[in-house]
Structures are given as structure tokens and as C-alpha cells.
Design a protein around this ligand. Sequence first.
Ligand code: SF4
Length: 307
Amino acid sequence: MQYVFGPVLSRRLGRSLGVDLIPSKTCVYDCVYCQLGCTTRRTTARREWTPVNEVLAEVARALDRDRPDYITLAGSGEPTLHAGLGAVVAGIKALCDVPVAVLTNGALLGCPDVQRDLLAADVVIPSLDAGDAPAFAKVNRPDPAVRFAPMVEGLAGFRSIYSGAYWLEVLLLAGVTDTEEQVRKIAACARRIRPDRVQLNTVTRPSAEGGRLAVPHNKLEALTHIFHPPAEVVADFPDVHTGALTAADPDAVIAMTRRHPCTAADLEQGLGLSQATAQQCLDALLEQGAVEVVLIEGRAYYQPKRE
Ligand code: SF4
């Protein structure tokens, strides 16, 4: 499978079959916290980055094996950059009745063609990581064509025409955007956008720029009350654990480490494995030379072995 991965366990979407529409690493932003590495192609240009018919053929094959809770368009860049996004959503809808979710940075949600493409999705989850232009520039490092105020208006504009579930994800960074002043500004934008839910997140894996940017769980909880109605915390902390499988699919494990370096605990959570099973699978892949260990701040992360 080149474009489809999982299903992976997601706290918000249950067992989610991922569809990767954009080649790594193509995005409108170059976020300081991005787990996919630095953006190598920063653009706002929409193109058919991957062939729609091949993507749909892979989705059909994956559905033959398993029925996920959601099919989620996300992946190695920004999915709304795909000019065939509407065709992919419509194609999936023609294949099955599994709800379709789209994870987007939201930068292009004000564009009429993007809005049109997203109307048939069941859940759209845009991001808003900053409450003003300076923080937006610092955290998201957008393409110069994207400015903060029009971007927020785009998020609000899409809400006014979209009747599906609309969940705003706010990812906070320690020492950068976790101040009460910044969160109040984000909350004011959220009031304007009127999502169905606001979900607070933070980084829990190494980012492109390294450094520890995770906001402690209790601080995130305290910040939820700045939003009306209160936000919910969705950060995947290691204590959040769902049903454990007893056998690991090595392809799924490698696919997950290809998206970002993973600890055994990440695999436990992401793939619903028991701790022993995750470690056993990683040890076997290490012995076969399929993955390698990198030590980041004293923790062992696994990634596909580089030549
Ligand atoms: S929007 Fe997402 S994919 Fe793009 S740079 Fe930011 S975190 Fe990475």
C-alpha cells in the first residue's frame, strides 16, 4: 500500500484508516512542531499530487480486509492541496458507508474550490495554533500568501456553509502559545469560527526542530475553561490506552515509523498493541535491519533504517 495506512487507533476517531494524499513533505505551513520533518515544498498550489484512481483502488483493497470506524484523509502534508480531494471523498462514499474525516491545517478553507470539495466529508478537523499574526508566523511559518486574519475568516466562512461535524484542534506549545493571553486570543477566534468542539492538543513526540514543546496535561486541562463551551483535551498522553491486540502487523509498524519516529509506547497506543507485543515486533524488525533506533533526549525512537 502506497497511499493507505492503518487502521491506527485514534483517540478521536477510533480505528481510523489513513489515506495519504500528498507526498512528503508538501504543505502550506512549516510548523515548528511538525513530526514529519521540515517542509521541503511549501505551497498553496492545488494539484493532483497522487492519482485519484490509484488511491481509491487501495482504499477498496483495505476495505476488503477490514472495516474501520473512519477513513481519514491526512498524511504527509496538507490534504486540501490535492485538487482531486472532492473526487476522493465522493469515490470513498461510493465504495462504502464508513464516515470520512479530513484533518487539515485549515489554511485554504476560505477557498471556494476547497470548500466545495469538503462539503461531502462527515467530519472536518481544522487546526488553529495561534491567536494572532506574530504567533501564527512563529508557530506555523506559513506560505507568504497565507495571512492570519483571512485564514481565520476562511475557517469561519466554511462553518457557515458546512453542516457536518466541525472540530477545531488547537495545538499548544510550551513556552510559546500556552500563556493565558495567547489562549484567550485563540478562544476569541474560536468564538468567531463556531466549531462544534474545540480540542486542545500538544506535541508528545519529537518535532522537526527538536526541543520539548509539550504542555503538561494539568495545564492543558486548566486552559480548557477559557473556551465557551469548555474545550476538551485530546493529547495522546501515554496513560491513554485502548484495547490491546496480541499480534503486530510488521508492515503497519514500519508504516507508522515512516510517518514519524515512534517509541514502543507510541506503537502501543497507535496500533492498539500490548507493550510486550510492540517491543517484540520492534526487536524483530531491528534484528532484520528494517528499523533503527535513534536516541532523542534519552528515549529510544524507532525509524526505518536509512541506507
Ligand atoms: S500543517 Fe501539519 S503537515 Fe503541515 S507543517 Fe504543520 S504539522 Fe506539518
